[in-house]
Write a protein that binds this ligand. Sequence first.
Ligand code: CA
Length: 216
Amino acid sequence: MRLLVVEDEPDLLAGLARALRKQGYAVDTAADGEEGLYKAKANDYDAIVLDVMLPCLDGWEVLIRLRAAKATPVLMLTARDCSADRVRGLDTGADDYLVKPFDTPELFARLRVLIRRGAGQPRATLDIGEVHINTAARAVTRAGQPVTLTAHQYALLEYLALHRGEVVTRTALYEHLGDENEGTLSNVLDVHVLRLRKKLGQDFILTRRGHGYCIE
Ligand code: CA
């Protein structure tokens, strides 16, 4: 899953990006509203974390202009618990909000919900044959036995599973699993797929020649 974080406080931005990458997300960053809007329109993110107080364009303006173009899930960070801000955010098309200062685990949990909803999967667990994926715990079992996956393998599996029944193109996988600083995914994607098949079954991920990969 690929996220955009728009935040002008450098320490918070760097800390959030680091924490989210540790969770296995690909993370792009923007330090002001203009850059944030540009990236939000140019790339297809699974969710956006958007601070309200930003230089150039504030978070409200970014959200309004983004919503004129696309429906990417947006979580707003508001400075204080002001109900007028919340109402305005939800009216403007924000999908959720969090009041600063916030707990990172809560941010993670809310993002997971937004990403699932964005993919049309309201439930936190996915059952595909004998494979069980718990997206809240980021845990996978096969026939009841825990399966150990690297962060990249998990991210790939979750993306394909959330888009179950669809053929996911390699381009889409590069876009959603790699961030703006990472150009190497194309070399390792096949390796990740190979390893996932070894762990979850040879037929678990199907190759659609010339198109991409699919979990049925
Ligand atoms: Ca700010």
